[in-house]
Design a protein around this ligand. Structure first.
Ligand SMILES: [Ca+2]
Ligand SMILES: [Ca+2]
Length: 89
């Protein structure tokens, strides 16, 4: 058996072996929000947060505090809010 023929067989075997044991990373969802990493614009979404189709936590009143932590989920858009999402007077 020539060295080239042996090398080709070795490369073929290694390729098959690596292909069988390499993890399938195509559908990994690191933050487990239901949106795979390849499509997740917010890859570190807090656990239990509801997310949009881009994998970002919902902030229904758009005050900068996500719904998961927002204790005042309907503050007017123009209001300044505290860390709990409630209007600051
Ligand atoms: Ca996410
Ligand atoms: Ca909010």
């Amino acid at each position: 058996m020539s060295k080239i023929y042996f090398s080709l067989i070795l490369v073929f075997i290694v390729t098959i072996f690596v292909g069988c044991v390499a993890p399938n990373t195509a559908n990994i969802d690191t933050d487990k929000d239901g949106v795979i990493d390849a499509r997740d614009a917010c890859p570190s979404t807090p656990a239990l947060a509801l997310v949009n189709k881009y994998g970002c936590a919902l902030d229904s009143d758009m005050d900068g505090v996500i719904d998961l932590y927002d204790k005042c989920p309907n503050t007017p858009f123009s209001d300044l809010v505290n860390k709990d999402g409630c209007s600051v007077k």
